[in-house]
Write a protein that binds this ligand. Structure first.
Ligand code: KIV
Length: 270
């Protein structure tokens, strides 16, 4: 890869006194990766959110390792300067160390520099196995979408004291076990501030307030590519759904009315 951002750069971000926040944006294909990379993101996340925004599933649980490999390959063919991290989908790091390492290796062979997985202490054995196999791991705590059937929906997590304490323990566990960064999703901002202060590695927040070491948003959410209500933590920086619909409506009426193609968009005989 041509990447100029590496795992050690992200892992040591705080120690090397980088005050600038890390920016991670999801992308799932070649053109999306080009846009995110040319805009200057530090990390491209090939998130299993692709199940919802690219494949139309109601949640991330149907995403397979083959889906992730195909989309990770498409992203890395854009040869981004940003570091590419790929999600291990549900049930690809739960069964055995061997299975976990093989699935993660498939994502690394597709061009990712690291994998992301959801959960803390209970994923310890698999995290150790991956790092022993030289595969860098990004953690993900708080709202973990692969647990939707346990949590009963996409809600803010760790509001109660005991859940907050166990999130802090999980975060420290991930740090101690060698994760190079931790995503904190949909947790109270005070808790995210505390975790960020206590970890040696960066936190990357989504719905976790302004005091994380970095921020991540989903490509389709920040560009306004899907109509409808968005969670409170999404800021839409564009409204590409409306722009794209209008562009295609205009094309359709131009064809209907004989305005497209013009002569300058047609070939002569010589
Ligand atoms: O799959 C994804 O897009 C993610 C981000 C929301 C962090 O995990």
């Amino acid at each position: 890869m041509d990447t100029s951002i590496t795992v050690p750069i992200i892992r040591d971000w705080k120690k090397s006194d980088k005050t600038r926040r890390i920016v991670m944006v999801t992308a799932y294909d070649f053109s999306g990766a080009k846009i995110v990379d040319d805009a200057g993101a530090d990390i491209i996340l090939v998130g299993d959110s692709l199940g919802m925004v690219m494949l139309g599933y109601p949640d991330t649980l149907s995403v397979t390792i083959d889906d992730m490999v195909r989309h990770t390959s498409a992203v890395t063919r854009a040869r981004p300067k940003a570091m590419v991290v790929a999600d291990l989908p549900w049930m690809t790091y739960h069964l055995s160390q061997k299975d976990t390492i093989q699935n993660a290796a498939a994502l690394i062979r597709a061009g990712a520099s690291a994998v992301k997985l959801e959960g803390g202490v209970k994923r310890g054995e698999m995290i150790d196995a991956l790092i022993d196999s030289e595969i860098p791991v990004m953690g993900h705590l708080g709202l973990t979408p692969q647990s939707v059937n346990i949590t009963g929906g996409y809600k803010v997590q760790a509001r109660e004291t005991s859940a907050a304490q166990s999130l802090v323990s999980d975060a420290k566990f991930l740090d101690d076990h060698g994760c190079f960064a931790v995503v904190l999703e949909a947790i109270p901002l005070g808790l995210a501030r505390q975790v960020t202060a206590e970890l040696s590695v960066p936190t990357i927040g989504i719905g976790a307030g302004p005091q994380c070491d970095g921020q991540v948003l989903v490509y389709h959410d920040l560009l306004g590519l899907i109509p409808g209500n968005q969670p409170r933590f999404v800021r839409q920086y564009g409204n590409l759904y409306d722009q794209a619909t209008k562009a295609i409506e205009t094309f359709i009426s131009d064809v209907h009315e004989g305005r497209f193609p013009g002569l300058d968009e047609s070939y002569g005989s010589s």
